[in-house]
Design a protein around this ligand. Structure first.
Ligand SMILES: [Fe+2]
Length: 186
C-alpha cells in the first residue's frame, strides 16, 4: 500500500540519484500503478483542493484534486514536475512562446493522462490542465523545488498574455470550483 513517508523518502533518493528526473517519474509510476492503495492512504477525493503532502526547498509533493470539468490556465513551474493519476483523468495541453512575441503562447501539444499514468514535465514546460470528466480527479504532483515560493508565470486564457502567477488566486479557483459544483448553473 502507498506509504507517504516512504514515498517522500523515495522521491528524495531519486532526486539525488538522477539529474534527468527519470527516477522520480519511476517512483510516481510505481505509486499510481496501485491506485487503490493510493486512494486508501490519501482517502477518497471529496472536494477540489491542493493538499500539501510534503514541502521542502528542493521538493514539493501535492495531492491535487481537480473539480469536475475544471480547467487551469497555462502556467509554468520553472522546476521539473511529475504528475501521476490515481483516480479520474487529466488532459494536459502544452504551450510554447510565440517566436515573434515572447509574452504570448500557442498550443504545441497535448497529453491525456488516465489512472496509472505518470508524466514527467521538464523545467521549462508551460501547460494548462483540464479535468474532462464529470467527477473529481486525483493526482499526485511532485515538483523539484519549492512549488509555493517560486516566481513564475501564467497566461491569460483569453489573450494568451503573460502575467505573474498568483498562487492565492490559483487556490481560490479550487474553492470557486467547489462552490459552483454545489450550485450548478441550470
Ligand atoms: Fe502545473
Amino acid at each position: 500500500m502507498f506509504d507517504l513517508e516512504q514515498f517522500a523518502a523515495d522521491c528524495r533518493a531519486a532526486l539525488k540519484a538522477d539529474s534527468s528526473h527519470k527516477s522520480a517519474r519511476e517512483v510516481v509510476a510505481r505509486a499510481v500503478s496501485d491506485p487503490a492503495g493510493v486512494l486508501k492512504a490519501l482517502g477518497e477525493p471529496k472536494r477540489a483542493e491542493v493538499q500539501k503532502l510534503y514541502h521542502a526547498p528542493d521538493l514539493t509533493i501535492l495531492n491535487l484534486i481537480w473539480a469536475p470539468k475544471m480547467t487551469v490556465m497555462p502556467h509554468d513551474h520553472r522546476m521539473w514536475a511529475v504528475i501521476g493519476i490515481y483516480t479520474g483523468r487529466e488532459d494536459n495541453v502544452f504551450w510554447r512562446r510565440l517566436p515573434d512575441d515572447h509574452r504570448r503562447v500557442e498550443a504545441a501539444g497535448a497529453r491525456s493522462l488516465c489512472v496509472g499514468d505518470a508524466e514527467l514535465l521538464g523545467h521549462n514546460i508551460i501547460h494548462s490542465v483540464t479535468n474532462p470528466i464529470p467527477r473529481l480527479t486525483g493526482a499526485i504532483h511532485v515538483y523539484g523545488g519549492d512549488f509555493f515560493a517560486a516566481e513564475r508565470s501564467e497566461w491569460d486564457p483569453e489573450t494568451w498574455q503573460e502575467g505573474r502567477y498568483d498562487a492565492q488566486r490559483a487556490l481560490r479557483m479550487f474553492e470557486e470550483a467547489n462552490e459552483s459544483n454545489r450550485h450548478p448553473a441550470s
